[in-house]
Each structure stands twice: as structure tokens, then as C-alpha cells.
Design a protein around this ligand. Structure first.
Ligand code: SF4
Length: 372
């Protein structure tokens, strides 16, 4: 059976080469060809011995995900929809800015967490992506963009695991993929330029801190458990105080870092000055939950099934002002790629509702939309 070499980090590739009777330095050469040069044909790997290339042709391949569509926004944002089989698709987004190029990567087809404001969450969970399926999004995008832009050097400087799925619920595939991103023989991204975003899977935050302490973003979206239980159902398992303690344990492995709290601004739900003041209290004043952090306020991208609306800009700015005046670094995320269907999961949103989650959400919606 042939194996896809995109499934391996360098250690995995070295073990594979060992099984073929090849030395470790061959794995490094192969790794560079695949990830630094984007090669997919073994015959193109000109410094590999012909005998090794022949062995590889029999035992291995380098195969990315098939592309279903590509959308290019007027602001330069590019979204790809990749086919992961069985009627499922995942999204990858490239966001160019003056000083960086960020790629947003998916980790699962669908998502089991079911956040109320998330288009992916409304689709239910289909399956975990493999390491190869995660890394092939970066592999494809980096080499596509280099060709497209006529560049020979790196185009993608930052990766955020903020696409479809909860990355920490697919940890065994995520970890080797992160190692490929950081490896100097592959993409060589610095630890702080790779961000894992989680809805708060506390035990896996602890594992990630020990195994590979990249930058961590936490989807917070509410200052108290009653509201967060409603918006991010995982909160019922790992409530806010436990989450904050896990954030502080994580920072012990990345001492000069901070946690980025993502906060999706939902009209009349979590966006009042009282919510902002409660957040300040949570992350600055309460001894148990105080954490070194910054906030990223995210304009909600409405989609019909959510029943939610985007907060008016004036309220977002007032919210940001309250946090900033309390000394918390706060940014308001620019909306990008609006003309090519903005919210994560919207392009893939034609997939079926696998878990009946939309019906459950509609039942709960009356509770959540009560004015606060
Ligand atoms: S916000 Fe993230 S964790 Fe929540 S449902 Fe969407 S993809 Fe899953």
C-alpha cells in the first residue's frame, strides 16, 4: 500500500525511510523537496538516488486535497474549498496584508462543538482530517501563491488554525502538522506565528502547552458561564474559571506570550458595556481568572440559520474602548473577503445537517436572544 508523505512530520518521514532501508538524511532531503519546493513527482527530486526514487514510486505518493472551487476577493483574500470525500468539503483562506500573509486552515470536516454563531457548528460533525489533509492546505496554498505571484521565497508568514473544526478535538493529527509548520526543513514558521484557536478543550490545552506551545487563541464570546453555556456548549464541560486556569498553565510553557481571546460581537446578546465591564473584571481583577491576554473583537458574519445579527459598529467601538481603557490590548478584526462569502463554513455550508443540530439550536434560540 502506498503512503502519502504529506502525512509525516520529519520524525515520521525518517521512520518511513528507515523501513525502506534508507538513511535519515534522505528523509530531510525528501522533506525539503516536498515542503520547501512543492515537488510532488519523485523524478523531479534530482538529488535523490535513482534507486530511492524507484522505491518511492512503488511505496509512496505526495497527494494534496482536490480543489472544488477557488474564490478571489477584490481585497485579495482567496478562499479555497477542498473536497475531503463523502460529500464533505473544508475551507482554507489566504489573507494578504502589507506586512504578512496569513493562511487560515481547517482541522475537521464540520465540528461537534456547535457554537451558536458559527456556520460550521450548524453543519454538525463529519470527521477529523488527517495530518496530510491539514498540512496539504498549507502545502498547496504556499506553492500556488508563489507561482501565482511569481515569487521564489515564502509567501505565507502566519498560520491560524481557525478554519472549520475544533483543532484540539483532533489532536493526534494536529500535532505532527504543527511540527511540519515549525520545521526549518519545511515551512520554518516561528512558534508565535502559528496560532491554534480553541473553544476551550482544557485537557488538550495542557497537552499542547507541553508538546508544542504555539500561540493560543481562545474563543471566549461571553464573560459569564450562563451566557457562554449558551453560545459555546463546551463551556458546560469546561466552565470559564477552569478555562482561565488552563490559560495560565499554558502560559507557563510560553512565558512571554499572552492568550488572545476571540469575542464575536452579537447584537443585543454579548455586546453591552456591562458585558465589557464584566470581561475586565474576569481577566484583570478576579484572582482566580486573571490572565495575561489581549482581545480580538470579531464582527459577526450573519447567516440565516443563526438567527443572530452583527453588532452595530458604534457598539463594537464602545466595547473596544472600555477594554482598552482598562489597559487590555484590544483589536477589532477587519472583515475580509465579504464579496466571496465571509463566515467560516459558509462556502461549505451546503452540506447536510448531520446531527439535527439546527433543530436543537432553533429550540434554544429563544433563550439566547433575550435582551441582556
Ligand atoms: S467556532 Fe470553532 S469550535 Fe465553535 S462550532 Fe465553529 S468551528 Fe467548531
Amino acid at each position: 500500500m502506498t503512503v502519502n508523505l504529506l502525512d509525516f512530520d520529519l520524525e515520521g518521514l525518517a521512520a518511513f525511510c528507515d523501513r525502506l532501508g534508507e538513511k535519515r538524511f534522505r528523509a530531510t532531503q525528501l522533506f525539503r523537496w516536498i515542503h520547501q519546493k512543492g515537488a510532488r513527482q519523485f523524478d523531479d527530486m534530482s538529488d535523490l538516488a535513482k534507486s530511492l526514487r524507484d522505491k518511492l514510486k512503488v511505496n509512496a505518493n505526495v497527494v494534496g486535497l482536490p480543489i472544488l472551487s477557488q474564490h478571489i476577493s477584490t481585497d485579495g483574500t482567496i478562499k479555497w474549498l477542498f473536497d475531503v470525500g463523502a460529500g464533505d468539503a473544508v475551507e482554507t483562506v489566504f489573507i494578504p496584508e502589507d506586512d504578512r500573509g496569513t493562511l487560515c486552515i481547517s482541522s475537521q470536516a464540520g465540528c461537534a462543538v456547535g457554537c451558536r454563531f458559527c456556520s460550521t457548528g450548524h453543519q454538525g460533525f463529519s470527521r477529523n482530517l488527517t495530518t496530510g489533509e491539514i498540512i496539504s492546505q498549507l502545502w498547496f496554498a504556499e506553492h500556488f501563491l508563489r507561482t501565482h505571484m511569481g515569487k521564489s521565497e515564502r509567501v505565507i508568514s502566519n498560520v491560524v488554525m481557525m478554519g472549520m473544526g475544533e483543532p484540539l478535538q483532533n489532536y493526534s493529527a494536529l500535532l505532527p502538522a504543527l511540527r511540519v509548520m515549525l520545521d526549518d526543513h519545511a515551512y520554518g514558521l516561528s512558534r508565535r506565528r502559528v496560532t491554534v484557536s480553541t473553544s476551550g478543550v482544557v485537557p488538550m490545552m495542557d497537552r499542547l502547552g507541553k508538546d508544542c506551545p504555539v500561540a493560543l487563541a481562545v474563543s471566549l464570546h461571553a464573560p459569564d458561564d450562563i451566557l457562554r453555556d449558551n453560545l459555546v456548549p463546551l463551556n458546560r464541560k469546561y466552565p470559564i474559571a477552569e478555562l482561565m486556569e488552563a490559560c495560565n498553565r499554558y502560559l507557563e510553557f510560553a512565558p512571554r506570550d499572552f492568550i488572545t481571546f476571540e469575542y464575536c460581537m452579537l447584537d443585543g446578546v454579548n455586546d453591552t458595556p456591562a458585558h465589557a465591564a464584566a470581561l475586565v473584571n474576569l481577566v484583570q481583577r478576579s484572582p482566580r481568572t486573571r490572565v495575561n491576554c489581549k482581545f480580538n473583537l470579531i464582527p459577526f458574519n450573519p447567516f440565516p440559520a443563526s438567527g443572530l445579527l452583527r453588532s452595530p459598529q458604534v457598539r463594537v467601538l464602545e466595547f473596544a474602548r472600555i477594554l482598552s481603557e482598562a489597559g487590555i490590548v484590544t483589536t477589532v478584526r477587519k472583515t475580509r473577503g465579504d464579496d466571496i462569502d465571509a463566515a467560516c463554513g459558509q462556502l461549505a455550508g451546503d452540506v447536510k445537517d448531520r446531527t439535527g443540530i439546527q433543530a436543537r439550536i432553533s429550540k434554544q434560540r429563544t433563550v439566547m436572544l433575550k435582551p441582556v
